[in-house]
Design a protein around this ligand. Structure first.
Ligand SMILES: *Cc1c(COP(=O)(O)O)cnc(C)c1O
Length: 474
């Protein structure tokens, strides 16, 4: 591709992105497509001869975009809503152009050091201690896997050589993210040795239950090795009592990991700083800028006080000759701390985001999301046909229509199939509830109010009133 051809197509792509971000509200959040539609629309074999960018971009617009679920839509409220903000997208473009692989310091000094600088800024903004070392992984799942591997290495150092470890047991709340269980599985901890600690009425892990489970395992001759607290559970964003759990972990000399993938960002706000109280004593913590910090997927941060263990757990007797590089204080070789050798230049987009918005700008947006969630919760409480189903701590509202589970599932299906908004569901206290998660940088109070109106108007009305209008696509 000649520079001129690149320039022309590049301008076209940037124009498309700018229009997309401007007009995204006109698109259905969820596409109206059948499984296999794209497979059927595309050739079964790749082209023999190269094609023009015009043809490729036309197919992108006409075939790919109609099958996209628009995660960047301001009315994407399912799971946890995320944002590829403008500065984040631009950082991603430049990282693609540089195509850096900073596995070692010398394979890209600036990428290695920018990662440490941006994570240092983030660490300070979250109120975490200076001795936390930060490293970027693709996802929180990968970050937590590394934490669990380090915990295993510390608990059973001989296994590094023998591959044999005692019967290790990991503890996490029944509301912990599935990535913790899967990380434990990948670390060779069988399902029978992953404890799901019961939670209280507000979905927080019960420290007394944790302590009792640890005692029972010790009495049975098993070896507890890792405790995971969740700061912001996936179903309801409940906050486990981090400090108390950490105290129990310390008493038994267990690795203490904090999963703050979503809610960690809230610790930027003075009034929410307390959610990480006790995290300063953690051995490791994950937080996802690609979740609630306006950074395009993927970018997750693992902080650890145990840099030495993270390195040792993956060390070989001797590094292969092509990877031998001395590590010095100021020349860190990041690949020594991760299973993946290759490293994308992810910190560039985070650096753009942190600088573009600044700490105050980020706080203003996060606070706005939380205010929208509080307003929505008030509207829901004011409607006798609905109830709020869990405390609204941040920007997620769990609620239900006061009918059967099936009524709630039908309601969810009516909203989502209209393409106007996308919500998800979960089960709390045995009942199906709807989840509306606010987190996109472009979401406004009007987006939330409108969506609430659509939900109200498409809920099954009380008997005797006229039937709800079906919700048509916009
Ligand atoms: C989203 C989430 C995860 C998983 O994050 P990935 O980056 O997709 O792996 C883990 N834990 C919690 C609490 C989450 O909310």
């Amino acid at each position: 591709m000649s520079p001129e051809e690149f320039r022309a197509a590049g301008h076209e792509v940037v124009d498309w992105i700018a229009d997309y971000l401007r007009d995204i509200r006109d698109l259905p959040v969820l596409p109206d497509v059948q499984p296999g539609a794209l497979v059927d629309a595309l050739p079964a074999a790749g082209p023999e001869k190269g094609e023009s960018m015009d043809a490729i971009l036309a197919d992108f617009r006409n075939l790919i975009v109609p099958g996209i679920t628009h995660w960047n839509h301001p009315r994407f409220f399912a799971y946890f809503s995320i944002s590829a903000s403008g500065p984040g997208i631009l950082g991603e473009m430049l990282a693609a152009a540089l195509n850096v692989n900073h596995m070692l310091w010398k394979t890209s000094p600036a990428a290695t050091e920018l990662e440490q600088v941006t994570l240092g800024w983030l660490r300070q903004w979250l109120g975490l201690p200076d001795d936390f070392f930060g490293i970027i992984h693709d996802t929180a799942s990968t970050g937590s896997l590394h934490a669990i591997l380090a915990a295993r290495d510390l608990a059973a150092p001989d296994a590094h050589r023998t591959g044999k470890h005692p019967e290790l047991v990991l503890y996490a709340s029944e509301h912990a993210h599935s990535s913790i269980d899967r990380g434990a599985l990948a670390a060779g901890i069988g399902l029978d040795n992953i404890r799901h600690v019961p939670s209280d009425d507000e979905f927080r892990m019960r420290p007394d239950a944790l302590a009792a489970m640890i005692e029972a395992d010790l009495a049975a001759g098993r070896k507890p090795f890792c405790v995971v607290a969740t700061a912001g559970t996936t179903s309801t964003t409940s906050i486990d009592p981090v400090a108390e759990i950490g105290e129990i972990a310390r008493r038994h000399k267990l690795w203490f990991h904090v999963d703050a993938a979503y809610a960690g960002s809230a610790a930027l706000l003075e009034e929410h700083r307390h959610i990480l109280d006790g995290a300063a004593q953690a051995d490791s913590l994950v937080v996802n800028p690609h979740k609630w910090l306006f950074t395009p997927v993927d970018l997750s941060v693992l902080f650890t006080r145990r840099k030495d263990v993270m390195r040792r757990m993956l060390s070989l007797e001797e590094a292969p000759p092509y990877l031998q590089a001395p590590e010095q204080d100021r020349a860190v070789n990041l690949s020594e701390y991760s299973l993946a050798l290759g490293r994308r230049f992810r910190s560039l987009k985070l650096w753009f985001v942190l600088r573009y918005f600044g700490r105050e700008g980020i706080i203003r947006i996060l606070r706005g999301h939380m205010e929208m969630a509080q307003h929505l919760a008030q509207s829901i409480s004011a409607d006798p046909r609905f109830e709020v189903a869990a405390p609204v701590l941040f920007s997620l509202v769990c609620f239900r229509y006061l009918g059967s589970d099936q009524d709630n599932r039908d309601l969810l299906e009516r909203i989502n199939s209209s393409g106007r908004a996308f919500l998800s569901g979960t089960t709390l206290h045995g009942k199906f509830v709807l989840r509306l998660a606010i987190g996109n940088v472009a979401t406004t109070g009007d987006d939330v109010r409108q969506t609430w109106e659509w939900i109200r108007s498409s809920a099954i009305p009380a008997t005797g009133s006229p039937a709800a209008e079906p919700l048509r696509p916009l």
